[in-house]
Design a protein around this ligand. Structure first.
Ligand SMILES: C[S@@+](CC[C@H](N)C(=O)[O-])C[C@H]1O[C@@H](n2cnc3c(N)ncnc32)[C@H](O)[C@@H]1O
Length: 275
């Protein structure tokens, strides 16, 4: 598995055009679009914006702090943070189309001064040591095989005492999940691990574990709502993840939902602190 294969899995050259069509269908003017209007499309993780708010509710963001958004996608979490807390965010992502689209979306909502998005690999981030106060990573670790190396890189970039919030899909059972899923076309690019592996790698990289929370029941309720809305004769809502993922969303979400309902995987939060 190469990082190119992961980027190809996510690749979509029509993101901005699709979002423009979604906005038109929703009756939202491009000139007046808000960070909240983009939320249903740009938060590519289980439960979207609600899950982001839950993960980050106890962390202290403010104007003077710098946050690193690892695997930022098209920048939904970065925009949420910059907008809500007036904080400065640097996002990094492997998929160039995501970064390019994210930069345009930042301009639409006038946050380009507070957010920098760059294309790059989370295992090798171009930055000096100990510059960030906080780091967030939502639904990215499933694509990264060497979590010990990833967490060492995050530890290098965080200041001492800095918090690291993770929200990843983690393994609950050894049974095989069906592919494709939202993060992987096939098994070769999926590195879902149990929470014990995350804790072990985080502690090895110099973090203490502050809090963990399984979000399985929340995920099940999210999937039930999605399944109900898919059955509706109106089709999917104007603004939704289908604009980002494309037509394969149905099969990917069905396989993911099944794995959650069968107890094979669970979206899980970890808050860790650099010692
Ligand atoms: C499921 S999406 C989540 C995006 C974003 N965190 C969000 O929640 O909206 C996973 C993202 O991780 C990125 N990614 C995967 N492996 C990566 C790596 N090694 N370095 C940087 N980004 C990576 C992908 O390009 C993709 O944008």
């Amino acid at each position: 598995m190469t990082s190119n294969q992961v980027a190809s899995h996510y690749s979509n050259t029509r993101i901005v055009d699709s979002i423009l069509l979604g906005l038109e269908r929703a009756g939202i003017e491009r000139a007046s679009v808000s960070v909240d209007d983009l939320g249903p499309v740009d938060e590519f993780h289980t439960g979207g914006r609600i899950a982001t708010e839950h993960l980050l509710k106890d962390l202290q963001f403010d104007t003077h702090k710098k946050t690193l958004d690892i695997g930022c996608g098209i920048g939904g979490t970065s925009r949420f943070l910059a907008n809500r807390f007036d904080t400065t965010v640097s996002g990094i992502d492997l998929t160039s189309e995501y970064v390019e689209a994210g930069i345009i979306l930042n301009q639409w909502v006038s946050l380009e001064d507070r957010i920098t998005l760059q294309c790059g690999d989370a295992n090798n981030i171009l930055s000096e040591n100990e510059v960030f106060d906080l780091a967030v990573m939502l639904h990215v670790g499933m694509n990264i095989s060497d979590k010990a190396a990833l967490f060492s890189e995050v530890a290098r970039l965080l200041k001492r005492g800095g918090e690291f919030a993770i929200y990843d899909v983690m393994k609950k059972d050894e049974a095989q999940i069906q592919f494709p899923v939202p993060w992987a076309s096939n098994e070769s690019m999926s590195f879902v691990e149990p929470i014990e592996h995350y804790k072990h790698c985080l502690e090895g990289a110099g973090f203490s574990i502050e809090k963990t929370e399984g979000r399985g029941e929340f995920a099940k309720s999210f999937f039930r709502k999605m399944q109900e809305s898919a059955k509706s004769s109106d089709g999917p809502p104007a603004m939704g993840l289908h604009l980002l993922i494309g037509p394969s969303i149905k099969e990917k979400m069905q396989n993911f939902a099944q794995a959650v309902f069968d107890g094979l995987v669970e979206p899980t939060e970890i808050i860790a602190r650099k010692l």
